[in-house]
Design a protein around this ligand. Structure first.
Ligand code: 5RP
Length: 235
């Protein structure tokens, strides 16, 4: 698994607490990343103890882990509904007075397109995070999953919107990261993002962008692992 920064103990608390929300007979979306992995492992333990669920993974990584821990899998087109999705985030706006409260940047693992598909389909979407992910204003790079042919034109369009795009490079392979869907990732630095909703709309309009990592109005709650427990932010 990709190693990630942040507080591992806090991530584990958040993931395990969210896994307690999974009820018998439900369909669950399984997010990607180190925090979501703690939830998947805890759900696997519950399945071993008799919990009956079906799950929809959001990436190769979460599918692999779910198989390892014995969670029965299904697909989005084979179910009537997704009851709950549990997923991590790279940044979460944590300011009850801001309209962007609960808005996310995701895609640190280049899985944001399938994550958005599953998270948005869920009746309830719970974000799991350690405190380092909370921010008053989003200011991390926004990942764009782009068709390989669209790399240059999409980068140009992102620049027009005020972004500085960088093609995400692979770490143990020469060349770029290739997503689970066979595409490339442009990490676009917009500085502090004034209006995530406006930027999300503009990024969605770029031809060749499969999906961007701004999740606006999708999360129902964030479970934040702390030194000694879990704080829940509901939206
Ligand atoms: O969006 C994601 C993957 O595309 C992850 O959920 C996000 O990068 C958080 O990862 P971690 O829990 O390892 O910090």
């Amino acid at each position: 698994m990709k190693t990630a920064g942040g507080d591992a103990a806090a991530k584990r608390r958040a993931g395990e607490r969210a896994a307690e929300e999974v009820e018998d007979g439900t369909v669950v979306g399984l997010g990607t990343g180190s925090t979501a992995a703690y939830a998947i492992e805890a759900i696997g333990d519950a399945v071993a103890d008799g919990l009956e669920i079906r799950a929809i993974p959001t990436s190769f990584q979460s599918r692999q882990l779910a198989l390892e821990v014995g969670i029965p899998l299904t697909t989005l087109d084979a179910v009537d509904r997704v009851d709950l999705a549990i997923d991590g985030a790279d940044q979460v706006v944590d300011d009850p007075d801001a309209t962007a409260h609960g808005t996310l940047i995701k895609g640190g693992g280049a899985a944001h397109s399938r994550e958005k598909l599953v998270d948005a389909a869920a009746d309830r979407f719970v974000v799991v995070a350690d405190p380092s992910k909370l921010t008053a204003r989003l200011d991390r790079s926004v990942p764009l999953e782009v068709l390989p042919d669209a790399r240059t034109v999409a980068a140009d369009r992102a620049r027009v919107l005020g972004g500085e795009p960088t093609l995400r490079a692979a770490e143990r392979k020469d060349g770029p990261v290739v997503t689970d869907n066979g595409n490339l990732v442009l990490d676009c630095d917009f500085g502090a993002i004034e209006s995530p909703a406006d930027l999300a709309r503009d990024l969605s309009a770029i031809p060749g962008v499969l999906e961007h990592g701004l999740f606006v109005g999708l999360a129902d709650a964030t479970y934040v692992g702390t030194d000694d427990g879990v704080e829940i932010r509901a939206y």
